[in-house]
Ligand binder design. Structure first.
Ligand code: HEC
Length: 173
């Protein structure tokens, strides 16, 4: 008798559990594929959940600062990209339910600065911080708090999301 699902031995259960985990992982992978299925095919095998072709293209080098601030089309793309990729943790319309930081507060410290130059460099620092977090995610002691999005989102999508979040700021600059 080698059927692991019928075996009452601990090893059998371990294998059974392992299989279930693998099925769960496969289901997740399929979900990710279905998720990115909305993007029109253009010969690129990289998953693209967000269509950013209508926006000015930024090239492959990451900008140190959001090039889409107050850009209406980017804000629109960013709102939908946010809802698809971030809202499940950071909350609908960026109103966090407490599981993850409230992204409306990202620039609160900048808002209290009086000096315009200091304020600008503060916002720029938040941009860099933001892009870094989104690209690489957050992992501590082996636990994934936030997944990395570098393989899923283009630079255009990441800055579009930031442009959207700038319309949701808790404190105006
Ligand atoms: C699976 C849940 C999850 C998803 C999805 C997620 N995040 Fe996060 N995010 C978190 C958690 C949890 C943290 C806090 C991590 C920590 O403890 O430092 C975080 C932190 C951040 C931070 C740093 C905030 C700060 O004040 O430290 C930014 C910026 C951020 N996320 C942006 C995004 C964006 C943009 C998206 C969508 C592209 C996104 N996140 C998707 C869970 C998530």
């Amino acid at each position: 008798m080698t059927n692991p699902t019928l075996s009452p031995t601990p090893r059998g259960w371990a294998r059974h559990l392992h299989l279930r985990l693998r099925l769960a992982a496969a289901g997740f992978a399929l979900g990710m594929l279905a998720w990115s299925g909305g993007a029109p095919a253009h010969g690129d095998v990289t998953p693209q959940a967000v269509d950013t072709r209508a926006l000015p293209q930024l090239g492959k080098d990451w900008r140190p600062e959001n090039p889409y601030r107050k850009h209406d089309a980017a804000i629109k793309v960013g709102a939908s990209a946010y809802n698809q990729n971030c809202a499940r943790c950071h909350g609908l319309e960026a109103i966090s339910g407490g599981i993850a930081p409230d992204l409306r507060k990202l620039e609160n410290d900048c808002a209290t600065l009086r000096d315009a130059a200091k304020k600008n460099s503060c916002v720029k620092e938040v941009d860099e911080f933001f892009a870094g977090k989104v690209r690489r995610g957050v992992t501590r002691n082996g636990a994934v708090y936030m997944p990395p999005f570098e393989a899923m989102l283009t630079q255009e999508a990441v800055w579009a999301i930031k442009a959207y979040l700038e319309t949701r700021r808790e404190k105006q600059l």
